[in-house]
Design a protein around this ligand. Structure first.
Ligand code: SF4
Ligand code: SF4
Length: 349
């Protein structure tokens, strides 16, 4: 996978526009429209079944520029959640009993309000997850980050696409593998991933190319063996995630002539039982500017919650949102192919 050094946005690439991405996704001839297939499976319209995850995307700034990034995050992005919007998130959260707060980005740790959000969510006795790219832990400005996360019992969900340096670096940037290993060792020293410590370290694997992930349990077993033997690293669970055909992965697919083939591959592997369990059915996703979405992917395609649901965190109404109809499109094949894919890994065995 060719690595880009700048975001689509900084390169003024047409794919920086959500409208352009939606046009390409809806124009594919490789598959029947996702909504039609959902209807044929008796699942359309798709509705939320409740909200158990309050996902906050605090912005697009990242210290990496990975080739497959669905956020188009990079050091050149400046979109960041303000304290005012972060306060609106905590205010809305406090009015609910949603048990899990999932903080993502970009590299969420680079938002100045990241630690405040964690402290507030922990004060409300919610479980907090940090979607961490690992290398951020080695930045001089973040020297105390691991200790802070451990002190607040934050679950770490860390990306590592391969146990091989070349493959990881090809997708995530030169030197990222080595930094990821050092960061994982640092987390283990703090107790993360260590049995009975209560500090959870989960890994995320995604394919380094235009194919579906292998079986989650098989990848987990291989990673467990390789990381322990080669680097003495331990972790709790591994999640496999399918690359979404949007943003920089969409650029890769188009550049390499793989787009139609990949869409066909996802659609041919459509799994109704994965569709039943898609993550949008039990989460709400909040954008850096407070706009509400069904998931982080809809967020990047600028498809806010629809069908009369409140659209901004200021107007958060749990009762209306937890029964909302989900906004779907052809990108949803990414969540429903094969064993399915979500922020918590595969959906159906
Ligand atoms: S995939 Fe994650 S680490 Fe990589 S650029 Fe995107 S947000 Fe940053
Ligand atoms: S992309 Fe996935 S999580 Fe998002 S709306 Fe579609 S099926 Fe749901």
């Amino acid at each position: 996978m060719a690595l880009t050094q700048l975001s689509l946005n900084a390169r003024s690439n047409p794919l920086a526009s959500a409208e352009e991405q939606n046009r390409i996704l809806s124009g594919t001839t490789a598959c029947t429209s996702f909504d039609d297939v959902l209807g044929q499976s008796g699942m359309e319209p798709l509705h939320s079944t409740g909200i158990s995850v309050f996902q906050i995307n605090v912005g697009k700034l990242c210290n990496q520029t990975c080739g497959h990034c669905h956020v188009d995050a990079s050091p050149d992005r400046r979109e960041m959640m303000t304290r005012e919007t972060a306060e609106a998130c905590i205010h809305a959260l406090a009015e609910t009993e949603i048990p899990i707060v999932d903080i993502t980005g970009g590299a969420p740790e680079l938002n100045p309000n990241f630690r405040w959000l964690i402290e507030q969510a922990r004060n409300l006795e919610r479980h907090v997850m940090d979607r961490c790219n690992l290398s951020v832990l080695l930045l001089p400005s973040q020297a105390d980050l691991g200790g802070f996360l451990a002190k607040h019992s934050v679950e770490i969900v860390a990306s590592l696409p391969s146990c091989h340096p070349m493959q990881t670096d090809a997708q995530r940037g030169k030197g990222v593998f080595e930094k990821s290993i050092l960061a994982l060792q640092l987390l283990n020293r703090l107790g993360y991933g260590v049995k009975d410590s209560g500090l959870v370290l989960n890994l995320v694997y995604n394919p380094v190319g235009a194919f579906l992930p292998p079986k989650q349990k098989e990848v987990e077993a291989q990673f467990r063996k390789d990381l322990a033997n080669r680097y003495g690293i331990f972790f709790n669970e591994l999640y496999t995630i399918t690359n979404m055909p949007i943003s920089r992965f969409l650029e890769f697919l188009l550049k390499t002539g793989n787009f139609e083939h990949y869409m066909g591959r996802l659609a041919n592997a459509f799994n109704p039982s994965a569709a039943q369990g898609v993550m949008c059915r039990n989460m709400i996703s909040i954008g850096w500017d407070g706009t509400l979405y069904d998931c982080d992917f809809n967020q990047m395609l600028e498809l806010p919650v629809g069908y009369d649901a409140p659209r901004h965190i200021r107007d958060f109404e749990n009762v209306r949102l937890e029964r909302r109809r989900i906004v779907t499109g052809n990108h949803c094949y990414g969540c429903t192919a094969g064993s399915g894919s979500s922020c918590g890994g595969s959906i159906s065995p």
